[in-house]
Design a protein around this ligand. Sequence first.
Ligand code: ATP
Ligand code: ZN
Length: 302
Amino acid sequence: MSTHVSTERLEAITSSILQPTAANGVQGRTAVFEDVIGGLTALITRHRPIGAEVLRFPPVMSRALLEKSGYLKSFPHLLGCVSSMTGTEAKIRALVEGRADGQEWVEALAATDLVLTPAACYQVYPIVAARGDVSVSGTVVDVESYCFRRETSSELGRMQAFRMREYVCIGAPETALEFREAWKARAENLATQLGLPFTLAPASDPFFGRAGKLMAVNQVEQALKFELLIPVNSEEAPTACMSFNYHQDHFGTTWGLRTDDGAVAHTACAAFGLDRLTIALFATHGLDLEAWPRSVRDALGL
Ligand code: ATP
Ligand code: ZN
């Protein structure tokens, strides 16, 4: 596989800009990495649509809410669930301290009402729905969360825990679609400002199983998802660093979201993978921030 990024540079990002841990795809972020994430965050904030509401979430969410969102049908293989110890004190103590009867302590675990958030926008829809109708002209939410996905590959940029920033639009079908299209164009400008080589391509989500393959084909045919791809590990398989999604009435129907003309609301989101974008910046411009192009440092306030 060919790449314009040297192996030494990729290795330095993997093991020095990021700090590997005993868990695959779970890394410590160094100061320099966080400086760039901070710059990116501020740059994205400067492009925040006027009037957008800001919501930040912890990395866990209600299991019932995620079940209702339909996540289990589409991506059960990526979900992480929070479990905790149940049972009597004696049972728990025996399992933890004594590893009693050759049992593993994990056998005492039971699922709780929480899951690890797999995408930032899921928490937004029920909150907005509970407030009543949204205007046909649309409402926009600026959301960020640490997300978890049970990824099995450990290539650079495919993490199990990562930060996702999103602008989510809820409104009439045309409003949601126009929002998605506008963000495709804006994101191309952002990538250009950041000196990142990119392509924008139709994409599909990694739906589970055989039926999932059909859903993925359908998603591409209907042009519901686009990704902004940047070569990091190779030119042939560039890394998806942003995505632009039109969900049609999926979340509107699920949560009873309506516009004030009585129609089911449609939704769209522009999602920024903050960690992946940061990795792409180091891969493209090198490990030394001082040596990055002046224009890129200015855009990031560095
Ligand atoms: P992929 O196609 O690589 O699985 P995606 O584009 O389908 O990712 P989305 O569900 O659209 O992912 O998530 C929005 C953004 O979150 C992505 O564009 C990407 O930047 C980031 N992201 C997704 N999965 C990961 C991951 N495993 N590690 C780091 N960032 C991720
Ligand atoms: Zn989303």
